[in-house]
Design a protein around this ligand. Sequence first.
Ligand SMILES: Nc1ncnc2c1ncn2[C@@H]1O[C@H](COP(=O)(O)OP(=O)(O)O)[C@@H](O)[C@H]1O
Ligand SMILES: [Mg+2]
Length: 287
Amino acid sequence: MTPVLQNGNQPLLHASLACAGCVPVNPLDVAGNPARIPNPCSNKLTHRKKAYSSVLKITVMNTKGGCGKTTIATNLASHCASRGYETALFDYDKQGSSMRWLKGRPSGLPPIHGVAAFEPPRVGITRAWQMRVPQDTRYIITDTPAGYALVDIEDRVAETDIILIPVLPSSIDIHSTADFIRDLLLIGKARVHNTRLAIVTNRTRIRTRAVEKLERFLNKLDIPVIARIRDTQHYVSAAEQGLGIHELTERDAQKDRETWSELLDWLDNNRGGFTEFETALLQDRSA
Ligand SMILES: Nc1ncnc2c1ncn2[C@@H]1O[C@H](COP(=O)(O)OP(=O)(O)O)[C@@H](O)[C@H]1O
Ligand SMILES: [Mg+2]
């Protein structure tokens, strides 16, 4: 039996471990009825964990527009950079909001490498060259447009470590997010690719019944809600200035520093993508 290596609390790869796709899932729809999501893998030893890499790739995604993808991508990027890590921000949305935010970022602040991935490469430049990131890049954060082509979804899922899904606490958003999660699992094969899904609820003032319903639904799928972002004009003001909320000088904005710090800690500690089920399995095996 190969020992399971640990790096701090980040589990390293274990080739003989069943892939996340093999973990029996018993998803329920928002109403609590069983959903038909097939177990994508029948061979427990076929799939391997994604290779552990020092770069953490985080993609902010949801088919709904206006739920906070750009806000989360830019705030997370500025937070990573403020911790002193080389950070890249990719923008796949042709509206280019993240790139506009980056252009407005005052010089002298921790730098972020921007890639306008929505643009075709310039003449004489390959796509690979356009998409390159500085050596020592530790975080790659990707902002995406609303809607997506189903044909691309598996590629997008396969190439990232974690998909962060912002959701607004309204019934319409919650239902469309449930459909989106189903697509990530079924068509994107998130569990086969060992891509972790995590929810960030955005603009939450109060815990509404709709939010509680969403959280119950996610719990059953073992998809955690890892942060709750409050509704405040500071996000709008930070967006206009090329800043993260924690870079604003207003005292009230500093309250949110902890939210981002905890969010980044969670992302760092869950890059291995082990679900609770797998962690328990690992502990059983190594006992
Ligand atoms: N937590 C928040 N508090 C206040 N305003 C917010 C918050 N999150 C997003 N917004 C605002 O809502 C609008 C849509 O957010 P945005 O991040 O652009 O969404 P998306 O990228 O998903 O379309 C923007 O004007 C943004 O400043
Ligand atoms: Mg956007």
